[in-house]
Structure formats: C-alpha cells, structure tokens
Write a protein that binds this ligand. Structure first.
Ligand code: SF4
Length: 325
C-alpha cells in the first residue's frame, strides 16, 4: 500500500492557472490552464485530513493564487475552521492595479487570517511582470500591516537596474550580466528542476547512457517529503519535488492501492528503472540511447504515456503538467 501517516508542513495549490509562463516553473503553470480553483468542500476535506496527520500549517501557492482574490476567501475560512495556520500566500504581484484596490484586497486577506505574502522577486518573473508592480505591492503590504517574505531579495538590485515599468527578457539580462546568466541562476535560486524548469535547463545537462541510469538510479521515495509536500485543488497529494505525479490524499491516509497507482508505486519503490521496465513491458516504450539523467528518462516515459498514448492514468495528474509545459 501507498500510505502517509504523518505530515508536518506543506502547501496548498489553489489553482494551476497563472498570468505568467515562467521558465523556472516546476509546476508548468501558465495562462493556458483551465480556470479551475479549489472549492471550499475540497479545502475542508484537505485541511481536516492534514490536521489528523499532524500538519497544522500550510502555505498557499499556485499558479497565481490571487488571480481572482475573492476565490481565496472561502479557502481561508475553511483553514480557520479546521485550525490550520496559513504561513503565507505566494504571489507574483501581476494582479496589482493601483494602491486603493490592492489595499482592499490585502485588508480582506488579513481579516481572513493571512499575515504574510511571499512576493516573487526574480528575473524569471520579471520576463512577464514589471518590477514596479512588485515594489507597489510591497508598499501596499506595509500600509495594511502585512508581512512580506521577499523571494528572493538578492535579485532586487539586479532587477532594479532595468526600467521598472516594463518586463524584461533574458536577452536583456544576458547583455547586462553576462552570457552565462541563465546558467548561474539554478544555484542562486535553488531551482527544482522539474516541469518547465527541466525543459529550460535540459540542453545544458550532461547526457548519460540509458543502461547507466537503469543501473544507478535508486528508488525515488515520493512519500518521504513530510515538510514540503503539496496538495492541489483536485485533492491530490503532490510529492515534495515531483509535480505531475499524484495520488488522492484521502486514499493515501488509509493506504492507496499499488495496482491502481502503478506509476507512482514503481517510482517510489524501484525508481525510474522500475518505471522504465513497466513502460517497456506494457506500454510499448522504446528507450533512447541516452538521457540527461534519470528525471529526463522519467519525463520521457510519462510524456509517452500521457501525450503519446493519450492515457488517462490516475497517478499522472494533472495532465496539464505535461500539456502546458
Ligand atoms: S526520476 Fe521521476 S520520480 Fe524520480 S526524482 Fe526524477 S522526476 Fe521525480
């Protein structure tokens, strides 16, 4: 059985849709996703299960959770009802229009138990969002008395060297800071190389023979992330560093059937070698000679199943993770 008995702190993904299509997004969020948002009933169910598992605080992320700020209030009420603290809400500031409307929204969030906004500050977001919106949102937070968790402050000066009123491409950053600017970012940012981030950086990764990956890659232990798991708007448990894989949280509590979630189970227990064996035997997967590491092989198989064969597999969810990368 796939079972979760204890969780400490994680995040709630209220929506995958986003105003931006950032190159580093491990969830592959973008404007193309359906306009789905977590319902109050799903939120209630998730919070009560998390509470039972020992988790008393979560952050809220997306997508952009404040694309439609009124949709989040019921979720916050549900958190309060279940004794769940909100550590912070992540936002990219794209929704900022003017001080008066922002202050109204922030004050409403505060009334619903939010104390901190994590505001994205990095060159990836700056490809879509003028820095002026970020600065204005920081100012509006201070007016309302909301804390700001700037993610990450060390990019502030670099972004601030460019015109704050428009977004800026990576070409502009490269001209200013050097050809290897994009390559220096993963270490500085602490990127999770999955989803679109993987696609962005794959051309720079070292290739490895298929046989070597099969020999060396161990189990992925997808259920071991007690501190930074996510649960999405569909009630799915998303392992700490591997979006695009999912098992409903309510099934994991009592033990989810390994035959129903074979992709997840194989990765968790036998790693990508287990998945590749299954895919070759049952899903006509033909391996290539080499891959940019074990996660490249993993994504190649998952893409084959979801996009190539068009299969609706319960543990490869949401399929937008593969479609909108
Ligand atoms: S091989 Fe697959 S499941 Fe394992 S860490 Fe990489 S992407 Fe995640």
């Amino acid at each position: 059985m796939l079972k979760v008995e204890f969780l400490v702190a994680g995040g709630i993904i209220t929506n995958y849709k986003c105003s931006s299509k950032c190159r580093h997004c491990s969830y592959s969020s973008s404007p193309k996703w359906p306009d789905d948002y977590m319902t109050p009933d799903v939120a209630d169910e998730i919070f009560s299960i998390l509470k039972r598992l020992g988790c008393s605080s979560v952050h809220i992320g997306g997508g952009e959770p404040l694309l439609k700020p009124d949709r989040i209030l019921d979720i916050l009420d549900s958190a309060a009802k279940n004794g769940m603290d909100i550590e912070y809400i992540e936002t990219n500031a794209s929704w900022y229009r003017d001080e008066a409307s922002a202050v109204n929204i922030l004050a409403e969030l505060k009334r619903h138990g939010v104390h901190t906004l994590l505001i994205s500050i990095d060159p990836f977001h700056n490809e879509y969002i003028p820095f002026r919106k970020v600065k204005d949102l920081v100012r509006a937070c201070s007016k309302v008395g909301l804390n700001v968790f700037p993610w990450q402050m060390e990019f502030w000066d670099e972004i601030d060297m460019l015109d704050e009123n428009t977004p800026h491409s990576f070409d502009e950053y490269t001209k200013l800071f050097g050809k290897d600017y994009l390559l220096r970012l993963p270490a500085k940012y602490g990127l999770n190389m999955k989803g679109r981030a993987f696609v962005t950086y794959k051309p720079y990764m070292r290739m490895q023979p298929f046989e070597q990956i099969m020999r060396e890659a161990g189990p992925c232990r997808l259920l071991s992330g007690l501190y930074h798991f996510h649960v999405d708007l569909y009630g799915n448990f998303i392992p700490q560093s591997c979006p695009g894989l999912a098992v409903p949280l309510k099934e994991l509590v009592d033990g989810a059937d390994t035959d129903k979630y074979r992709i997840f189970y194989n990765l968790d227990s036998a790693g990508v070698a287990g998945l590749a064996g299954l895919a070759m035997k049952e899903y006509r997967y033909i391996p290539k000679a080499e891959y940019a590491g074990k996660c490249d092989l993993c994504y190649d198989i998952r893409n084959h199943l979801v996009l190539g064969l068009g299969l609706d597999l319960p543990d490869l969810k949401p399929d937008g993770h593969y479609r909108y990368v």
